[in-house]
Design a protein around this ligand. Structure first.
Ligand code: FES
Length: 106
């Protein structure tokens, strides 16, 4: 089963266990910071509050409880926290957001 729930900064996003978190959050209309998208810069660093991910080897410095969203694929449902507001979609109704991803305040 690849369908999972990603909790991020108080929102829930429908996701999967096949793609990096950064891509899934962007598809849901959220705007986490990024630069290299390849584990080099650390811009996408976030705290892993619950769950587990497959984290690709990377050059960027991260603390023991942090992950790089650009190269972390959730193994199952996860909870992540960015230290800043990653925003919402520009649409009022988040459930109308994308073909496969949606974000909901909880
Ligand atoms: S965007 Fe550069 S490490 Fe993730």
């Amino acid at each position: 089963m690849s369908q999972i729930t990603i909790k991020v900064n108080g929102m829930k996003v429908h996701g999967n266990s096949r793609e990096p978190l950064l891509i899934q959050l962007e598809r849901a209309g959220l705007r986490p910071e990024f630069q290299c998208r390849d584990g080099m810069c650390g811009a996408c660093r976030c705290k892993l509050a619950a769950g587990a991910v497959d984290q690709k080897d990377s050059m960027a410095f991260i603390a023991p409880n942090e992950i790089l969203a650009c190269c972390a694929i959730p193994k199952s449902g996860v909870e992540v926290e960015f230290a800043y507001d990653i925003g919402e979609t520009e649409q009022e109704d988040l459930t109308k957001n994308t073909l496969s991803g949606t974000a909901h305040r909880s």
